[in-house]
Design a protein around this ligand. Structure first.
Ligand code: NAP
Length: 255
């Protein structure tokens, strides 16, 4: 028996990085995966690769900041794959900026994509899962646990995801819905998000070296390191785990 055999999973931001690794791993472990993203070409390619390797997946165009997209995609996924068992709120962005140089527009865009989307998605998923249970995994960050100077808006959004996860987890448990909600806190992972954010800085190479030095293990993480944690929280192996925060950070926050 595979670890999420027969379950239906929706992964946002599934076209790249941590989302892509999660889609592939959930599919390998027996889930039918709805790969959702704004990047149509890359998302379709992920779904196709999964199908070609014997898994079950389908791509859906989905901007997580739009409530109407959530409503449409949830309906389509239910009709195509069946009722949702697993939601991974993974899509996110980083706009580099300190408290002094971040603009209000950057702040709002960050909160919209990183935090408001998690609220909308969680609310939609609860409505669908409350009669049969499920697992919601919200991707926060080490930046939701400790501060980072050049990512002020990002830190706020990820701290918000952490506490929203706990509030909604307790609510669902008390209501007896059988829905578990947990957050995952990756350290720095080599994905397009990190590479793109670093490339906006004049001293990108020095920043990367500095980031590596903050991880006691001496290197950055890989997308699969995070996907394995998500798989655990998505599966029934974690049936007693809710409102918790799974830190996967090479020791970043242990100092
Ligand atoms: P990534 O490589 O940039 O992949 C994110 C995917 O989400 C991309 O395909 C991106 O599309 C998509 N996306 C962006 N805005 C979207 C929207 N409005 N609706 C739907 N999809 C959207 O990012 P990642 O590094 O895998 O990060 C995944 C999650 O992990 C994020 O929540 C991030 O904050 C978190 N995280 C990452 C790290 C890290 O070091 N990488 C560390 C801690 C936490 P486009 O490329 O077209 O924008």
């Amino acid at each position: 028996m595979k670890r999420v055999e027969g379950k239906v999973a929706l992964v946002t931001g599934g076209a790249m990085g941590i989302g892509e690794a999660t889609c592939c791993l959930l599919a390998r472990e027996g889930a039918q995966v709805a790969v959702t993203d704004i990047n149509v070409a890359a998302g379709e390619e992920v779904a196709q690769r999964i199908v070609e390797s014997g898994g079950k997946a389908r791509f859906y165009h989905h901007d997580v900041a739009k409530q109407e997209d959530w409503q449409r995609v949830m309906k389509e996924v239910t009709s195509d794959l069946g009722p949702l068992d697993i939601l991974v709120n993974n899509a996110g962005i980083v706009i580099v900026g300190t408290v002094e140089d971040a603009t209000l527009a950057d702040w709002r865009k960050t909160q919209e994509i990183n935090m408001e989307s998690v609220f909308i998605g969680t609310q939609e998923a609860i409505a669908m899962m409350k009669d049969r249970g499920g697992s919601i995994v919200n991707i926060s960050s080490v930046m939701g646990l400790v501060g980072g100077t050049i990512e002020a808006a990002y830190c706020a959004s990820k701290g918000g995801v952490r506490m929203f996860t706990k509030a909604s987890a307790i609510h669902c448990a008390e209501q007896g819905y059988g829905i578990r909600i947990n957050s995952v806190h990756p350290g720095y992972i080599m994905t397009p998000l990190l590479v793109n954010a670093a490339s906006t800085l004049p001293n990108a190479e020095d920043i990367l070296k500095e980031l590596i030095s903050r991880h006691p293990v001496g290197h950055l993480g890989e997308a699969d390191d995070i996907a394995y944690g998500i798989l655990y929280l998505a599966s029934d192996e974690s049936k007693f785990v809710t409102g918790s925060e799974l830190v996967i950070d090479g020791g970043y926050t242990a100092r």
